[in-house]
Write a protein that binds this ligand. Structure first.
Ligand SMILES: [Zn+2]
Length: 235
């Protein structure tokens, strides 16, 4: 990757971020949607001229417009907004009187403000604590149910996967699962824990997942259909 230029793409009346990257190994140009930015990334092979890239993007204007219409717009993490948290619609509230850093009820997430951080950072930090606690508890319980134990649970902001399981029994999850229904966390934790027994996606693996998460097919489908929506929330 040589350069990563920020450009603006005009689509109808609106402007959309476009990142342009050169890649020596790329054989052809390609254009990709970036959910976290509600924008696009254009990759150019080393010797392709920039104006050829522009022509390539222009030729794809229908695909760009359709993709933007299909994908949800970004929503900023701010005090006052309502977010889907573990399947409930929850309003994020600033609460200076709170005796602990945060409190989650069925309808609100109260956060004690911290002047040293931006509101987006504060909210993201609290959401990560919440999802980490749920995933840790779920993973421990599911592992115990199949006679295994887990090592560490960590969070990342990965685009390619919702979770992973290492041979050293460390589990990794996307913190964005906090915006999914609780049953989706149950499925993803069950999936990764089942890898403690089977490091593959064989039929035996899936029957192990079913043992500890009987409705897993529904929640696997939910992630396939709604996964992109979990990327719409930004700091
Ligand atoms: Zn897997």
């Amino acid at each position: 990757m040589a350069e990563d230029l920020a450009h603006i793409l005009e689509v109808g009346q609106r402007t959309v971020p476009l990142r342009v990257t050169r890649n020596r190994r790329a054989k052809r140009m390609y254009l990709r949607y970036i959910p976290t930015e509600h924008g696009f990334s254009l990759t150019l092979p080393q010797r392709t001229r920039f104006d050829e890239g522009v022509a390539f993007v222009n030729a794809k204007s229908d695909w760009i417009a359709n993709t933007l219409a299909r994908m949800p717009e970004k929503k900023k993490l701010r005090f006052g907004v309502t977010l889907p948290i573990l399947g409930q619609q929850v309003q994020i509230l600033r609460d200076p009187e709170l005796s602990k850093p945060f409190k989650l009820t069925a309808t609100a997430l109260h956060i004690r403000p911290d002047a040293s951080k931006s509101s987006g950072e504060q909210i993201e930090t609290v959401l990560k604590k919440i999802v980490r606690g749920e995933l840790q508890a779920l993973s421990e319980a599911k592992a115990a149910a199949i006679g295994r134990s887990i090592n560490r649970v960590t969070l990342r902001d990965t685009r390619s996967r919702w979770g992973s399981c290492s041979t050293t029994r460390n589990l990794m999850f996307s913190w964005r699962l906090v915006f999914a229904p609780y049953e989706v966390l149950d499925y993803v934790a069950s999936h990764e824990v089942a890898h403690l027994r089977h490091m593959n996606h064989s039929a035996v693996f899936w029957s192990r997942v079913e043992d500890i998460c009987p409705d897993y097919r529904d929640w696997k489908d939910w992630l396939r259909d709604h996964g992109a929506e979990l990327y719409r929330f930004v700091k």
